[in-house]
Write a protein of this length. Structure first.
Length: 492
């Protein structure tokens, strides 16, 4: 069933990982499978059998050609450096080459205690596995770079997180699992050679165009390229109200994909200070901080490469600092591009940023739902009659009533028919996002009642976020006060 493995990471110096075989589980059952992704990865599905697949995706049998391992990494967690983290419950089987010729990692998350587990059980509860499945695939459908979810199995075993919960394993697919923390692990040990090998590996996999650059430029160019992808990524998060929740350096992928869906959640009523994660007491990873945390993480990445950037350390620091400072303008430009599109604008004018900010301010004072407000702009663009239901989403309407004619005047200068503007708006402003109460409902039904119906329905809804799906209006509306989810948990 599995395509051929390539084994690129396993060929890096042995100190980059610990060989580790997944620990077999009692009774694997396949509860979710991503057929289109499996096809993209070149799996042979002709004789697909769910029972057999469950055994593979549980790690009970290691596929031929795989050399399972746990990756070493370090990381800044909430600002504090932890020199040794590593895959405490994830096993990389190896890489496969997808239909487009790209290498993709296949990892089993929840596969048992590894040499990096530090006392943890190496397992994952079903709820968080399904959350990662739903949200990562939802992000993908929204057009946002992300790791993917190929399969979820339940293990037939219980895991204990206070209370017993069904255990599960997620098969995660990533462009790679290289993180800022992977580089930090070796930099902290003064192992410049390993850092260089990792950097060359990262360039080969994710930024092959840099291979031709002379060594004196290549590593600074890598920082710049990673910064560019992070700027674009975080701007896209901001555009859908996504709050990652644990933007630690070990959860910052060098590929520019969103990785590690722990306590992540989507903002409903617009408030830039929004935080969901129960462990983020200081609000370090609040919605509005995300762009600047990404910059901070990039600075940590640049630090690991200092010895490779320039022989003169002072000079290396200066050059790296300039790149990290340039991230700011780059991010602002990415954000403005995202927000212009969300207002239906394809041309650029001086006053656009102020126009965006004025709407956000009106949403903030009006406690308006982020997703719904932008989605309804399409109706408003098409007809003035759509204004009253749009305004109902605001608790205070003065600011937004002033804003609407400004926006209409700006749209007129686009010089295209309003029907075209509306089509543009509907193509970028989703109708459906993984609303927290709907995610919670799906997780609870599965974990508490072994009912995967709500999970399946939500998965289907999220697969087509830009198209209204008749009968599924409940998935488009914000949580009622009694349904609201205010806190999310890592659940690891
Ligand atoms: P995360 O919060 O998922 O990014 O994980 C942070 C670190 O804790 C990583 O090194 C994980 O491998 C480790 N970890 C998380 N959950 C477990 C677990 N149940 N058992 C062992 N290690 C874990
Ligand atoms: Mg992590």
């Amino acid at each position: 069933m599995f395509p051929e493995f390539t084994l690129r990471y396993a060929r890096l110096p042995e100190r980059c990982y610990a060989r580790f075989e997944p620990v077999p589980v009692a009774s694997p059952r396949l509860v979710a499978f991503n057929r289109p992704l499996a096809e993209e990865l070149g799996f042979d599905l002709a004789a697909f059998d769910a029972e057999e697949a469950a055994v593979w995706f549980a790690g009970n049998v290691v596929p031929r050609g795989a050399e399972p391992l746990a990756q070493a990494y370090a990381g800044h967690q909430f600002g504090g450096f932890v020199p040794s983290l590593g895959d405490g419950r994830a096993v990389l089987l190896g890489e496969v080459t997808d239909r487009e010729g790209r290498l993709r990692d296949i990892q089993l998350k929840g596969a048992g205690a590894t040499p990096f587990s530090r006392g943890g059980d190496g397992r994952a509860p079903l709820g968080p596995v399904l959350r990662e499945y739903l949200v990562s695939e939802g992000m993908r459908a929204l057009g946002i770079p992300t790791t993917r979810s190929l399969a979820a199995v339940t293990t037939g075993e219980r895991v204990y997180r206070g209370l017993p919960e069904p255990g599960a394993i997620l098969t995660r697919v990533a462009a790679s699992h290289l993180r800022v923390g992977t580089f930090q692990y070796f930099a902290a040990r003064g192992d410049v050679e390993a850092v260089r090998e990792l950097a060359d590996h990262a360039i080969q996999r994710h930024y092959p165009e840099l291979q031709e650059r002379p060594a004196s430029e290549r590593y600074l160019a890598l920082v710049e390229a990673v910064a560019a992808r992070q700027a674009a990524l975080v701007a896209q998060w901001m555009g859908v109200g996504f709050i990652h929740g644990v933007m630690n350096t070990d959860n910052t992928a060098i590929s520019g994909e969103t990785i590690d869906y722990g306590p992540c959640a989507f903002m409903e009523a617009y408030d830039p200070r929004t935080v969901f994660s129960s462990i983020d007491e200081g609000g370090r990873y609040a919605y509005r901080n995300q762009p600047w945390i990404a910059q901070w993480n990039l600075a940590r990445f640049a630090e690991t490469l200092i010895p490779l950037i320039d022989d003169d350390q002072q000079r290396a620091i200066e050059r790296a600092t300039a790149v990290i400072e340039a991230y700011e303008a780059r991010y602002e430009a990415e954000w403005l591009a995202v927000m212009r599109a969300k207002l239906g604008l394809a041309t650029a004018e001086e006053g656009d940023q102020a126009l965006v900010e004025a709407l956000l301010e009106a949403m903030h004072t009006g406690r308006a739902d982020f997703t719904r407000t932008f989605r309804q702009l399409a109706d408003v663009a098409e007809s003035e009659a759509a204004e009253p239901p749009f305004l109902e989403g605001f608790r205070a309407t003065e600011a937004v009533t002033e804003w609407l004619p400004r926006w209409r005047a700006r749209l007129a200068r686009e010089g295209v028919a309003m029907a075209d503007i509306a089509a543009r708006l509907r193509a970028v402003n989703p109708c459906y996002i993984p609303r927290n109460h709907k995610v919670q409902e799906a997780l609870s039904a599965a974990a508490d009642h072994d009912d995967f119906g709500p999970f399946e329905t939500l998965r289907e809804v999220l697969a087509n976020p830009f198209t209204e799906q008749p009968g599924r209006e409940a998935y488009a509306r914000p949580a009622a006060p009694e349904e609201r989810v205010l806190r999310t948990f890592c659940g690891t």
